[in-house]
Design a protein around this ligand. Structure first.
Ligand code: SF4
Ligand code: SF4
Length: 192
């Protein structure tokens, strides 16, 4: 409001967009567990996910087989997307991010459905998250990791301070006994 409007001469000059611009949705597919939450919560139903199950043999004898979802398809139809950001907010595994990239216009609306490879490639345009406020509460994951590291370090220190097996233990010097006060001579008449 306090600055004059300036017409950007795009595409001759690239606009300087704020880092949190909602340009496009990028997928970090390594984090995606195919939980389907984003597709279910999307108000436009424009996220398409296909997957299949794979079973892994038990890791220990007598254990159970483990099954996991493997992603086959992840696509977003940007001709329907209204850039509300709900999918990014609800993803429990940090697999979706906003990227300020905006140069993906197409002449055919059908080509605005972008598949996982394109969504994955946009991850490289996602800006670094801003640094934490120095006065902010420590993130739970870091606090838990730090507590575990502190416990391990304390256990190692305690083990190092234990005397080696077979070595005599020198007794701690004891406190000197406090001698009891001698009772005073009773005062007699004539003592001044
Ligand atoms: S931004 Fe909103 S409309 Fe677009 S894919 Fe995500 S949830 Fe759906
Ligand atoms: S919510 Fe996240 S983890 Fe779940 S399917 Fe969507 S992108 Fe993958």
């Amino acid at each position: 409001m306090t600055r004059r409007s300036v017409t950007e001469h795009y595409p001759d000059t690239q606009p300087e967009l704020p880092p949190r611009s909602r340009g496009v949705i990028a997928l970090f597919e390594e984090n995606c567990t195919v939980c389907m939450l984003c597709a279910r919560e999307c108000p436009d139903w424009c996220i398409y996910i296909d997957s299949h199950k794979e079973t892994a043999p038990p890791t220990a004898p007598g254990g159970r087989e483990r099954s996991r979802n493997v992603l086959d398809r992840f696509a977003i139809d940007f001709s329907l997307c209204m850039y509300c950001g709900i999918c990014i907010e609800v993803c429990p595994f940090d697999a979706l991010f906003w990227s300020p990239e905006f140069e993906y216009a197409e002449t055919d609306i059908h080509e605005l459905t972008h598949e996982r490879d394109r969504l994955r490639a946009w991850m490289w345009t996602v800006p670094e998250p801003p640094a934490l406020d120095p006065a902010a509460e420590e993130p739970k994951e870091i606090a838990a990791a730090r507590k575990t590291a502190d416990k391990l370090a304390a256990a190692e220190r305690a083990a190092a301070e234990q005397p080696a097996a077979g070595q005599p233990v020198r007794p701690e010097p004891s406190e000197p006994a406090v001698r009891p006060e001698r009772p005073g001579r009773p005062e007699r008449e004539g003592d001044a």
